[in-house]
Design a protein around this ligand. Structure first.
Ligand code: E4P
Length: 218
């Protein structure tokens, strides 16, 4: 399973790279705004910086919602760096644009997926990734992980090459369950990735080992 980090924060991205387990990055307009990145030039240069840090796919989201606008923005983003994946919302014009990009060999991530039908549509249009939002479904009392299961099963039934990118993954149990269900990728904040390190018995065991070693060796 690939690990993507869901942030536009360069320090967090660098820390995940240094851990040696990062396969890519996802961003969205809210995450860019959180870092105070304003204006097209600043946004483009920030994506370039991310691509220079990470050796893997970097999802950069279009803002346009009309077909021509999505194509224009997507092509400009794709030209920035070979690692860029154009992130397109699950709307009618977005599906048409995904078809166009896939025929041009431009990688896409169809975002804001909340049903299996939406995922199927994006896969048929040739999306490289679909992003079902696990946490946001849980937020409204639905079952985000059940959606991951459905999409993984459907793609496997028909051999779709589209990868299931479990998004809005908020905590360690989410990530582990996505792995059990066979999601190709998870994207989550740095805290979820580093959360995988933790167990109190690991800390306790290490403290005992070091104390016993010190007793004999000083
Ligand atoms: C997906 O690519 C989104 O950026 C993201 O995972 C949304 O997560 P959130 O629901 O925690 O904001």
């Amino acid at each position: 399973m690939k690990f993507f980090i869901d942030t536009a924060n360069l320090k967090d991205i660098q820390e995940a790279v240094e851990l040696g387990v990062l396969d890519g990055v996802t961003t969205n307009p809210s995450l860019m705004a959180k870092e105070g990145i304003r204006g097209t030039d600043a946004v483009m240069s920030h994506y370039k910086k991310i691509c220079e840090i990470v050796d893997g796919d970097v999802s950069a989201e279009v803002i346009a919602t009309d077909y021509e606008g999505i194509i224009r923005e997507g092509e400009a983003l794709a030209e920035l760096h070979p690692n860029i994946v154009v992130k397109v919302p699950m709307i009618r014009e977005g599906v048409k644009a995904i078809k166009y990009f896939s025929e041009k060999g431009i990688k896409t991530n169809c975002t804001l997926i909340f049903t299996a039908g939406q995922a199927l549509l994006a896969a048929k249009a040739g999306a490289t990734y679909v992003s079902p939002f696990v946490g946001r479904l849980d937020d409204i009392g639905a079952d985000g992980l059940q959606l991951i299961q459905q999409i993984v099963d459907i793609f496997s039934n028909y051999g779709y090459p589209t990868q299931v990118l479990a998004a809005s993954v908020r905590h360690v149990p989410h990530l582990i369950q996505c792995a059990e269900l066979g999601a190709d990728v998870v994207t989550c904040p740095l805290s979820v990735i580093t959360g995988l390190l933790n167990h109190p018995l690991t800390d306790k065991g290490l403290a005992t080992f070091l104390a016993d070693h010190a007793k004999v060796n000083g």
